[in-house]
Design a binder for this molecule. Structure first.
Ligand SMILES: Cc1cc2nc3c(=O)[nH]c(=O)nc-3n(C[C@H](O)[C@H](O)[C@H](O)COP(=O)(O)OP(=O)(O)OC[C@H]3O[C@@H](n4cnc5c(N)ncnc54)[C@H](O)[C@@H]3O)c2cc1C
Length: 407
């Protein structure tokens, strides 16, 4: 049972998607009065965070979920990635990264977003200290030096909540970010990710493939049930075309684009399309407001790092807010921004750089890329660094990532 709705809280979290729900759980035992407000029920077909996609979780994220008690609900649905094979279509350069060579159980885990939502919300429901408003849409946020005032629309009823700080976990088009007057730099990649689950005549055995093609990266990720999820990045017009194809023709096109590494594709599920942008808020904090996850930055999925980065936002923020007598005080929020800066800058730069490197068709670029892949394949240090990406890009690791509760 969740707590009854209070009218005055310490922390109001707007958005109960992957990052907001994780943050609420992290704050659950902190002694702070917390309310989580989510517009769409977690199991609903139109839930934008917990939809038909899958998410590749790094080992750092697994550790956070273990600490929060979420992992036992997820483990059976998590496809372990034992090896990643990278190739550049039409060129000889290729590289492999293996969990065994890195002394790891797995390089990461692929989980269906719907299962992730079910696991997070199951844990939330068991937490009596977290007040939940769902479905309820925040329609207005007013920020002042001494606190935040939120207006909610819950099934036609208007409600009001006062908070010491409001957390924007409401995604890339964040209402809270706009209310705080924080702008965002948008880079449109002019690419669309077509996501589809496929079954092949050979069961997935923990190998993930990242193939860079002329239209963009094509990722094929192993699922726990032996099938694969495909994230096929295409120019917008081409994405529209492949989404409109009949199943048999779509499978032919995909098989042609990817080849036969996973065997013959014999079934493809429903396709969903995601236009791809980099969105980066100019700052992570405002007056009595703080940004996490996609509200702070949304990344191209090429490296599967957007949620992993957002989860580290949530993990550190929970720890900082839990320790602060006034969690909305400017010095508290500034310390969050400062301590997240290196990881955020590093991961945005790494992801954006990867998209640009493999999209570059200038003479010499393909050669440089392929030489790079060959060198990477022979460089144990570079492989070690890449396999540790999900622990963050520098800065101090949040307590949850070290297996410790937030306070
Ligand atoms: C194709 C694709 C594949 C991806 N794969 C990976 C991957 O493998 N690994 C990885 O780490 N990341 C991946 N990502 C990125 C990942 O999906 C995002 O980082 C993640 O969704 C961010 O979660 P969030 O909770 O911040 O935002 P969102 O998922 O956008 O959730 C926001 C939530 O806020 C709610 N909301 C919005 N406005 C309001 C309001 N006014 N009132 C109340 N509630 C509101 C919404 O209903 C929603 O539930 C991928 C992204 C794409 C597009």
């Amino acid at each position: 049972m969740s707590a009854p709705l209070p009218t005055r809280v310490d922390v109001a979290i707007v958005g109960g998607g992957m990052v907001g729900a994780s943050l609420a759980l992290a704050l659950g035992g902190s002694g702070k009065r917390v309310v989580l407000i989510e517009a769409v029920a977690p199991g609903a077909a139109g839930q934008p965070s917990f939809d038909d996609r899958t998410t590749a979780l790094g080992n750092g994220s697994r550790r956070v979920f273990e600490t929060l008690g979420v992992w036992p609900h997820l483990a059976a649905h998590a496809g372990a990635v034992l090896e990643i094979r990278v190739s550049d279509a039409g060129h000889p350069g290729a590289a492999r990264l293996s969990a065994a060579e890195q002394g790891l159980e797995a390089l990461g885990y692929v989980v269906p977003n719907r299962q992730l939502g079910a696991a997070l919300w199951k844990q939330l429901a068991a937490h009596s200290a977290i007040a939940i408003r769902n479905p309820a849409q925040v329609s207005e946020v007013r920020l002042a030096a001494d606190g935040a005032q939120l207006t909610l629309d819950a099934g036609g009823q208007r409600e009001s909540i006062a908070a010491q700080v409001v957390v924007a976990a409401d995604g890339a088009h964040s209402l809270v970010r706009a209310a705080a007057g924080i702008g965002a730099e948008i880079v449109d990649y002019d690419q669309v990710a077509v996501v589809v689950h496929v079954a092949t005549d050979r069961a997935a055995a923990g190998i993930a493939y990242e193939r860079f093609t002329a239209t963009g990266p094509l990722a094929v990720l192993p699922l726990a049930d032996g099938h694969y999820t495909v994230v096929w990045t295409l120019a917008p017009e081409r994405a529209r075309q492949v989404c409109a194809l009949g199943d048999a023709q779509f499978i032919d096109e995909l098989q042609r684009g990817f080849g036969w590494r996973i065997g013959r594709i014999h079934r493809a599920g429903a396709r969903a399309a995601y236009p791809l942008q980099l969105s980066r808020a100019e700052t992570m904090v405002g007056q009595r407001a703080v940004l996490v996850g996609n509200a702070a930055q949304s990344l191209h999925p090429v490296a599967g790092q957007g949620f992993n980065l957002g989860l580290r936002d949530a993990a550190l923020l929970a720890e900082i807010l839990a320790a602060a007598p006034d969690p909305g005080a400017p010095a508290v929020l500034e310390s969050y921004e400062l301590r997240r800066a290196a990881d955020r800058r590093g991961m945005i730069g790494f992801t954006d750089g990867l998209v640009r490197l493999f999209a570059n068709d200038r003479p010499g670029a393909a050669l440089a890329r392929n030489v790079g892949l060959v060198f990477f394949d022979m460089a144990p240090g570079a492989k070690r660094a890449l396999s540790r990406l999900s622990w963050g890009f520098g800065g101090d690791a949040p307590r949850l990532l070290r297996g410790l509760p937030v306070s």
